[in-house]
Design a protein around this ligand. Structure first.
Ligand code: 8YV
Length: 312
């Protein structure tokens, strides 16, 4: 049982998540993570993966012993501080794979078949003057996935039905039947569509820069469902503006919710506001899993999905 008002809820939550929270526990809500925390004997924090947990907040509340994040990524947490202070953390892997993979595939076809532009073409009555541009077929292409984790594997399994060759890079996986490339440069050279499905980490920081984009080439497409930090956005903008790659679909950006304005005027992009897991069913599952982790902590049981903090 989670003691009333022992959990500090940090940041803004969508209505469907807030409804689950209000049904299952009584939190004190700190809407602005940077604001002075309310007084209280808090021992747990509930936050979303898209909200940075300031280390300063933890220093101001030394009684915190557990942080539950709603989301699979936990790059929003000050991992070194949590580890140094013996603070447990949990995330919500697995329950959002369907939603993220479905969006990724929607972005893939939206990008290759220029669906947003096609709708604009119809709405603007341009159709009466000329046929819409010819686009490209996915079947027969090579699709690369950087990051063959839970989401990457789930995405690959779905992609198999589209008659594509699948390849990947990142940590090797024994149980996958796809071609492996030792680095993202080699994968970008070999594939026509490159998905980014890797965690944000020091190793993946700006992993996709000018050289990788050059390797992807003028017929290549980039789709980022990971984190904005994985891409050098300056290099991507130049590659898109100079048509060094055919196009990019981005659900994540370095500065959310204020993406680089250079993307907004481009015709060879498809942009979505970090909605990979944003379905009602998935957000409910994530929230309930996060709360179940908090319950496990307060009941002194093993967490359901504990974040194993590994630091260099
Ligand atoms: C969260 C995310 O799903 O799961 C992640 O890592 O990228 C986020 O979109 C979302 O913030 C949950 O509310």
């Amino acid at each position: 049982m989670i003691p009333v008002n022992s959990v500090l809820q940090v940041g803004l939550f969508p209505e469907v998540m807030q409804k689950q929270i209000d049904q299952r526990l009584k939190t004190i809500h700190l809407l602005d993570p940077q604001a002075q925390p309310p007084s209280g004997e808090f021992t747990g924090i509930l936050i979303r993966s898209n909200t940075q947990l300031p280390q300063g907040l933890l220093e101001q509340i030394p009684s915190i012993r557990m942080v539950a994040t709603c989301g699979v990524g936990y790059d929003n947490l000050p991992l070194a501080y949590l580890k140094a202070h013996g603070i447990k953390a949990s995330n919500t892997p697995g329950v959002l794979n369907d939603a993220v993979c479905e969006l990724a595939i929607g972005m893939l076809f939206g990008l290759l078949r220029r669906i947003p532009q096609a709708q604009e073409f119809v709405k603007s009555s341009a159709w009466s003057k000329a046929p819409f541009v010819t686009t490209t077929t996915l079947a027969g292409k090579c699709v690369g996935i950087a990051g063959m984790g839970r989401i990457g594997q789930d995405l690959a399994a779905r992609l198999e039905s589209f008659k594509v060759q699948i390849a990947y890079t990142g940590p090797t996986r024994k149980n996958v039947p796809y071609e492996y490339y030792p680095n993202i440069q080699a994968l970008a050279k070999a594939c026509d569509v490159l998905f980014l499905a890797c965690p944000a980490s020091p190793e993946t920081e700006k992993m996709v820069g000018a050289e990788v984009l050059e390797a992807l080439g003028p017929m290549g497409y980039l789709i980022n469902i990971a984190r904005g930090s994985v891409v050098d956005e300056g290099a991507l903008l130049v590659a898109l503006q100079q048509k060094k790659i055919a196009g990019a679909a981005l659900d994540v950006f370095e500065d959310e919710p204020n993406p680089n304005s250079g993307f907004l005027s481009l015709d060879n992009v498809l942009l979505t506001p970090h909605i990979g897991s944003a379905t009602a069913e998935t957000r409910e599952l994530m929230t309930n899993l996060a709360i179940s982790n908090l319950e496990a902590f307060y009941n002194q049981q093993p967490l359901l999905t504990e974040v194993k903090i590994k630091l260099e």
